[in-house]
Design a protein. Structure first.
Length: 78
C-alpha cells in the first residue's frame, strides 16, 4: 500500500478528487487519524473533516502511484 497526503479546501476539490479516484483500477482510501473512507464514495468523502490534511492510501505499485499523484498534484501536501 502506497501513501501520501492531500488537502481538499472546497466542495469542488472533493468532487474533483472523487472523480480522479473513481477511475483508478485499484482501491483508494482517504482519511485522518480517526476515520478512513473509500475515496470513490461520495457519501464517505463528504463525511471527512477537511480542516487538516488527509492521508491517501492507494493499493497499487509505485508506477501506478506516480501516475495517480500526477493527476491529483494540485491537492498534494508538501
Amino acid at each position: 500500500m502506497q501513501e501520501f497526503n492531500i488537502s481538499l479546501r472546497s466542495f469542488q476539490d472533493v468532487q474533483e478528487f472523487i472523480s480522479l479516484a473513481t477511475v483508478q483500477p485499484f482501491p483508494v482510501l482517504v482519511g485522518n487519524d480517526v476515520q478512513q473512507v473509500n475515496a470513490k464514495s461520495f457519501m464517505g468523502m463528504v463525511s471527512l473533516d477537511y480542516s487538516r490534511p488527509l492521508h491517501v492510501h492507494a493499493d497499487c505499485d509505485i508506477q501506478a502511484l506516480r501516475t495517480f499523484q500526477q493527476k491529483v498534484c494540485k491537492f498534494l501536501c508538501e
